[in-house]
Design a protein around this ligand. Structure first.
Ligand SMILES: [Zn+2]
Length: 213
């Protein structure tokens, strides 16, 4: 029986000692925490007005890199959503609106200025700078966030670090996962194991089907 011991747990980090598992399994859990566990990020923006000095594409890139709190119970990956619509629906995308103008003095537009239609899906931190506006400049846009995976783009990585080291003794490993705040560190690990089991089940099904031929 595999044994797990929590060596350290805080808001953004979890350190687990894994005993009685193969290195390859432990390493797959580590890797899946970065590449397979989905998280929310802004993926599409519609610019209504942009008189800032930033090009639209740079603005879009900056918005994409803002970590968003994620709820994997209520949202699904667009490719797995039954709406089948490229525009998405309430289960596969979230609208965030930005409407900022520097009226009488320059201002820095921050992640906290984004207004989300779902308060559970909002920036992890309100203090991430997006763009500086001189007096009279405005940025107005609609940003659409969706679930994605780290293997598609780094902006969808829920873990900022996922490291496996040797523990004391044979078959003992230490897994350390740090979160960007999109998901609790513990949930990244449990989802990672869940995704790994899903993959193995798919593989098992494939083998059964193919081998029967
Ligand atoms: Zn949908």
């Amino acid at each position: 029986m595999p044994k797990v011991k929590v060596l350290q747990e805080s808001e953004d980090t979890i350190v687990l000692q894994l005993e009685g598992v193969d290195r390859s399994y432990a390493n797959a859990v580590r890797r899946f925490a970065i590449s397979e566990v989905p998280s929310m990020a802004i993926d599409d923006i519609v610019i209504l007005e942009n008189s800032s000095v930033l090009y639209d594409e740079i603005l879009a890139h900056r918005l994409g890199m803002i970590p968003l709190k994620t709820d994997l119970e209520r949202y699904v990956l667009p490719e797995k959503c039954d709406c089948g619509s490229p525009l998405g629906c309430q289960k596969c995308r979230v609208l965030l609106v930005l409407d900022a103008t520097a009226k009488d003095k320059p201002r820095t537009v921050l992640s906290g200025d984004l207004v989300s239609e779902d308060r559970d899906i909002s920036p992890v931190s309100p203090n991430i700078p997006i763009v500086k506006l001189a007096v009279g400049q405005s940025v107005k846009l609609e940003a659409y966030a969706r679930l994605g995976r780290g293997k598609e783009h780094a902006k969808w990585q829920p873990a900022t670090a996922s490291v496996l080291t040797e523990g004391k003794g044979e078959g003992v490993f230490v897994l350390k996962v740090e979160t960007s705040g999109t998901l609790p560190a513990k949930e990244i690990v449990t989802r990672s194991i869940e995704k790994l089991e899903e993959k193995l089940k798919e593989l098992q099904k494939e083998v059964e089907e193919k081998a029967a031929q």
